[in-house]
Each structure stands twice: as C-alpha cells, then as structure tokens.
Design a protein around this ligand. Structure first.
Ligand code: HEC
Ligand SMILES: [Cu+2]
Length: 334
C-alpha cells in the first residue's frame, strides 16, 4: 500500500511538474534548486515508505504480551530495543546530515553562478508594483520600466533587489529562488534563462492588502530580440502631433499624473508610480492585475481603487472626451 502511495505521489508530481515552474526549470539556477527539491522529495518518500512498512509489519505480527513474571528486566529484550533505538537515531542523524550537505552544496553552487559580463538590473519593490532599472555606466543609456523584465537567453542577469517601503520578496520560480527585498538592505541574485519564454514572478512576502496583486513577468528572448527591445526602451516619448492626442498629453502634464509618473522626454518626472514612457509596449497593467487593453486602462485611470483596492493611485474624474484623449496619448507610448 505504501508503495502504491509513493507511485501515486510520483505520478502526480511528474504530471504537475510540467505546470509547476519550480519543477520546470528555465535555467541553471532553477535547475539546481529543482534537483535539490527532488532529493528532498525522494528521501522523504523513502522514509515515509519505511515507517509505514514498519508500522504494517508490527500490526501484522502483534501479540498480546503475557504479564511479566517479575519486574526484573529481561536484559536480552532490553539490549535489542536499545540497539533498535540507536539505529533509528543514527539513521535520522545521517538523513539530516545528507540534507544539510546537499542544501549547503546547492547554496554554494547558486552563489558561484555569475559570469564575467552579467546584465545588471536594479529591481525595487513598492506597494504593490516593481520598478526595474537596466543599469548602464552611461546614465542616458539606462532604461527604466515596471513589472515586466526582458532578458536575453543564455546571459547571466544580476538582479539587485531593494525596497523603499516594506519587505517584499522577488520570486521568479522558473528561474531562481526567492530573494527578500528588505528596506535599507540591498541584496542580489544571478539568474539566467536557457530558453526563450515567459516566466511569471510574484512578490513572495506578505506586504499589505494588494500583496496578491504584485506580479511581474520575465520575458526571455533571443539576444538580438532583446537588444532591439532595449534599444527601443531607450527612446524618449515624442510629444504627439495629432491634436486629440496632444490634448491628452496636456491633461497628463498639467494634471496629477505627472507628479507621480515619468514619461521620458516630457516634463513628467514623478517617481511615485511606474515609469510610463513605454507603457503601451507592456502586457499587463498594475503589476499583472489587468491585461493592457484600452478598456482596462480606461477603467484603471478612472477608478484604480475598484481594480486594486488600496493601490497608491487616486481615482480621476475625466469626462468622456478628456478620457479618450488621454487614452490616445497613452496608447502612443510604445
Ligand atoms: C499619487 C500618485 C499617482 C497619481 C497622481 C497617478 N498615479 Fe498612476 N500609478 C500610481 C501608482 C503607485 C501606480 C502603481 C499601482 C499598483 O500597481 O499598485 C500607478 C499605476 C498606473 C498605471 C499602470 C502602470 C503599469 O505599468 O502597471 C497607469 C497606466 C497609470 N498609473 C496612469 C496614471 C494616469 C493617466 C494618471 C493621471 C490621470 C495617474 N496615473 C495618476 C501613482 C499615481
Ligand atoms: Cu508582497
């Protein structure tokens, strides 16, 4: 029966490993973590099987013991029991040592990844979204975006994490383990994708009411696709020439939006909310809460609190024409 249970568990695990990013690693770091996970899994399964087998065996051979003839100990039985207990303790200690050694080895291996020329990102957790900056020694070449990270396949990426409000935790299970973002205390990890694809990440440390709506996407592309993306992100926004979109631009610049959001190449330089310079090129809004469509964008601008109660963006009362103009401007930010 215990063997059947293990088989069922193993089949279930194999079945869901295709869907569980932790067990479907996208790069060398995640592969190390997955290997460790399987070691723990099979060792635990083995122990469970042994305990259940022992239990069944004992139940099958139970005897009603006769009342002891005297209180003098039977030294033979005593010695056998003592040996059994010692063996169990020894085995338990050995198991723990094996787990400790593999855990330490996995940690060391993870720290040894890095390469000589990593792409460097600074990811800052805020309630409840992610600010992402691509570092470059030339300040004008740095790129800022939000909630969506693009990386080139095959190149190590050094992610420096930090927080400016509460504790968050950066976790992209298909690529690496968790890394806490602790205010006032920077930390970092190196991840790498070995195949193109989209990896879902999320905050893994409860950080307030909208913690569950604090996702991010990591999109791994072939190096040339990534380079083109980075190049496009470096461009500033252009002031619209179309009169309608220009009206939206004016609304944005003279309204509260510009106090909280940056649009490169315009007077808007706020940092309270995500950089919107290339908003239209992103897949989601509000950290994975909504797909980036005109309808959702309109709903978000009018009443962010309805979509994400507690979000640090106030609602706006725009008439239909003004809202359409604003959407025309934002739609041009690709
Ligand atoms: C008080 C600061 C503040 C003001 C004012 C403000 N926003 Fe925001 N905005 C934010 C914050 C913070 C977020 C992130 C919310 C979240 O995801 O939790 C955000 C998110 C957004 C997003 C989603 C961006 C993304 O990539 O997910 C858009 C679009 C947006 N704001 C547009 C606007 C527009 C347009 C205005 C003006 C009408 C405006 N905001 C006014 C703070 C502000
Ligand atoms: Cu969180």
């Amino acid at each position: 029966m215990s063997r059947a249970a293990i088989v069922v568990a193993a089949v279930a695990c194999a079945a869901c490993s295709g869907r569980m990013p932790v067990l479907d690693p996208g790069g060398p770091q995640a592969a190390r973590i997955a290997t460790y996970w399987w070691i723990v899994f099979w060792l635990s399964a083995l122990i469970l099987a042994a305990v259940v087998a022992f239990l069944l065996h004992t139940l099958a051979h139970r005897r009603v013991a006769a009342a002891p003839a005297s209180l003098v100990e039977d030294t033979r039985v005593e010695r056998r029991l003592a040996l059994g207990v010692a063996a169990a303790v020894g085995l338990t200690a050995l198991t723990l040592v094996v787990l400790l050694v593999t855990s330490v080895a996995t940690g060391r291996a993870l720290r040894s990844f890095g390469g000589t020329d990593p792409l460097t990102l600074e990811v800052t957790g805020y309630q409840w979204w992610w600010d992402v900056e691509y570092w470059d020694p030339v300040p004008s070449q740095r790129v800022r975006t939000a909630n969506e990270i693009h990386i080139p396949v095959g190149r190590p990426v050094l992610v420096k994490t930090r927080s400016l409000d509460v504790i968050h935790s950066f976790w992209v299970p298909g690529l690496h383990g968790k890394k806490d973002n602790i205010p006032g205390h920077g930390s970092s990890l190196v991840l790498q994708a070995d195949r193109a694809g989209t990896f879902i990440g999320r905050c893994a440390e409860f950080c307030g009411v909208q913690h569950a709506h604090m996702q991010l996407l990591v999109i791994a592309d072939q190096p040339e696709v990534f380079d083109a993306w980075l190049q496009a992100q470096r461009r500033s926004a252009v002031v619209p020439t179309d009169a309608f979109a220009r009206h939206g631009f004016d609304l944005f610049m003279t309204g509260p939006c510009a106090l909280c959001h940056t649009v490169l190449g315009t007077p808007a330089g706020g940092r309270r909310g995500p950089d919107l310079t290339h908003l239209a090129s992103r897949r989601t809004l509000a950290a994975g809460t909504l797909p980036n469509t005109v309808g959702h964008l309109a709903g978000w601008i009018i009443d962010p609190q309805a979509q994400k109660p507690g979000a640090q963006m106030p609602g706006n009362a725009f008439g239909a024409d003004d809202l359409s103009a604003l959407l025309a401007f934002l739609g041009g930010l690709s």
